[in-house]
Structure formats: structure tokens, C-alpha cells
Write a new protein. Structure first.
Length: 325
């Protein structure tokens, strides 16, 4: 079953978009395979010990979401990473397991040495989590978008939509620079409790020219990760699109659900995309929607990219590649 269908099966009764984002944060599959030898036990997962209690809590929160809205510090310019962190912090506070969120470690001069995203109280002691929520497009290594025979993708084959980073570069930074913070004597002085493990918690979506490419991905990627397509603008004419939405960045997490008046027909979508690319080269996130009773629900999603994206991605991948991973 596609992830979107599974998500709607459990959570279509949730209507507040931020509660739906929280449900996605807690129950979506991780982007990376925790048991893969690629990661040497450095990947965390959010433990859900009582799924029925989670359903009841989120359902109640959906009816009265004000405490969540207040905790999220909502405004239209919020970075998606900051938004995701606040979602997780809200849940961990509710669980009573949050020891610290955004705890800075500084030298005596006041210069910041590093920051713990999360310190979480667990049975064995404090766990250090570095959270990253990412959206990467798979570069199949050719100018045509086809996966070439013999091509061996790696973590640098997953490129950010703005071409500024790759999954390989991001994980190298987390593993080599952020996770070791717990071993710094200054950090031990600040926390004053033993931190028994440091791990990366990696959420997000990966996008493919052809979803079959996901079966030939890099080592360390979870086989169950959230996935979508990436399309050129020219592709959109050929797609069967009953209804669609262009999702603002803060709505990239959970599969979209909307009222009929919030979605667009295919002609309106194409017009909106043309206007977008006339002023902005950034890829656009498009959710393809279908009717389910009185609701419109996402059935698949994709990033629409400029025509030069593949060539630019190949150039950037060469610049951002590193031997660290």
C-alpha cells in the first residue's frame, strides 16, 4: 500500500494541518535504515509504545489544537526544520521525556561550540538526537533522467531541491561534527548527566524520476521511506491530474488533505506553475489529489523542477561529493 493511502487510513479524521504534521512526524517511516551497517547504530527512531494512546491523544489535540499552535511559534517565515523540531519537542514534552531542546554549549568566551537538538530521557540514560527533516531528489546519473546500466548511486546522488546540499554531505556533517558534541568536556559540564548514545533522527521524502529507481538506491536508505516523483514542467501536460495543490513549504510533511475549494484543476495548476517559474527557479511541490467523500486527499506527490535541473544537479553533485561517507 502506498504511504499516502496508509496515512489517510489512520489519520483522515485529523483536520488541523499542524496536528496532521505531528502525526506524520511520529508515524512516518524513517528515511534511513537504522540497522544498516552503513550507520553503525547511529540512527534513531521515535519509539511508539502504545499506538492506541497516540491515536487518542492526537484526536483530542485535533479538537483543541491551540496548545500545539502556541508551541509551534507559527508564522509564515518559519523554516521547515525549525517547525519540525518544535513538533517533536511538543510530543516529547507531552511524554515527559524531554530533557533539553536546542541546548547550546559555549566556551568561556561566549563562543558557541555546538548545540544539542534534543536530549531525551530514556531507560538507559540520556540520548542525544540530531533531527533533520529533508527532501532530496534522486539524480540517476544521466542527462536524460534514465538510470544507466551499471550506475552505482551513493548518498551524494540525493540532491536538495535548491541544489545546495546532498544527503551524503548532510550525513557527513551530522556524524562527524554534530554527534560527537556529547564527548566534548564543555558539553559534559553543561549537561552534568551521562549521555549514553548520540544518534541522527532523519525524516523526510525522496523523489524519483521513476519510482522503480528507488529499488536501486544507495546503501543505508530505508526500503520503506516516503517517496514521490520529480517532474519537468513539460511532463505535467502528459500526466492524468484530476485535482492538485501546490504545497507551501510548511505543508511538505504530511500527505495533503483539503476541501474541494482549496484544490486546482489541471489547467489551473499548469497556469500556476508557469507563473511560479516565471519568477522563481526553485522546484515546486505538487500534490496530486482525488476526492474521498467530502474531502480531497493526496494520492501522490512530486517536485516540479526547471528544465536545467539535471545538468545543474550533476555539476553540484561533483562539488558537494566527499570521501567521508
Amino acid at each position: 500500500m502506498e504511504f499516502q493511502s496508509l496515512f489517510h487510513q489512520y489519520w483522515q479524521h485529523l483536520h488541523d494541518p499542524h496536528v496532521r504534521s505531528l502525526a506524520w512526524m511520529l508515524t512516518s517511516p524513517d528515511l534511513l535504515a537504522a540497522k544498516s551497517p552503513t550507520w553503525s547504530n547511529q540512527i534513531a527512531s521515535i519509539p511508539i509504545t502504545d499506538p492506541q494512546a497516540l491515536i487518542s491523544w492526537l484526536s483530542a489535540l485535533d479538537r483543541q489544537p491551540a496548545p500545539l499552535h502556541q508551541a509551534l511559534e507559527l508564522h509564515k517565515h518559519s523554516r521547515l526544520g525549525h517547525y519540525a523540531e518544535n513538533l517533536l519537542a511538543f510530543y516529547l514534552k507531552h511524554q515527559g521525556t524531554l530533557f533539553a531542546h536546542g541546548l547550546q554549549v559555549k566556551q568561556g568566551t561566549g563562543q558557541t561550540v555546538g548545540e544539542f537538538d534534543f536530549l531525551v530521557r530514556q531507560r538507559s540514560g540520556l540520548a542525544h538526537w540530531e533531527l533533520t527533516t529533508k527532501f532530496y531528489l534522486f539524480d540517476p546519473g544521466s542527462e536524460t533522467g534514465e538510470l544507466q546500466p551499471g550506475y552505482q548511486p551513493d548518498l551524494y546522488s540525493y540532491v536538495g531541491p535548491n541544489l545546495a546540499d546532498t544527503l551524503g554531505a548532510k550525513m557527513a556533517k551530522i556524524i562527524d561534527h554534530q554527534l560527537p558534541l556529547a564527548q566534548n568536556p564543555l558539553a559534559q559540564f553543561v549537561v552534568q548527566e551521562s549521555i549514553y548514545k548520540s544518534q541522527a533522527l532523519v525524516k523526510g521524502w525522496l523523489f524519483y524520476r521513476d519510482l522503480a529507481h528507488a529499488e536501486h538506491g544507495a546503501a543505508g536508505i530505508s526500503p520503506n521511506h516516503c517517496r514521490g516523483f520529480w517532474w519537468f514542467m513539460d511532463d505535467m501536460d502528459k500526466l492524468a491530474i484530476p485535482y492538485a495543490m501546490i504545497l507551501p513549504r510548511q505543508q511538505w510533511l504530511a500527505p495533503a488533505q483539503a476541501r474541494e475549494e482549496e484544490v486546482m484543476s489541471k489547467p489551473l495548476l499548469l497556469d500556476a506553475l508557469l507563473r511560479h517559474f516565471a519568477n522563481d527557479s526553485a522546484p515546486a511541490m505538487v500534490a496530486i489529489m482525488r476526492r474521498n467523500g467530502e474531502l480531497m486527499q493526496e494520492i501522490c506527490r512530486g517536485m516540479v523542477v526547471p528544465d536545467k535541473w539535471l545538468r545543474q544537479a550533476a555539476e553540484r553533485r561533483g562539488l558537494l561529493r566527499s570521501p567521508l561517507i
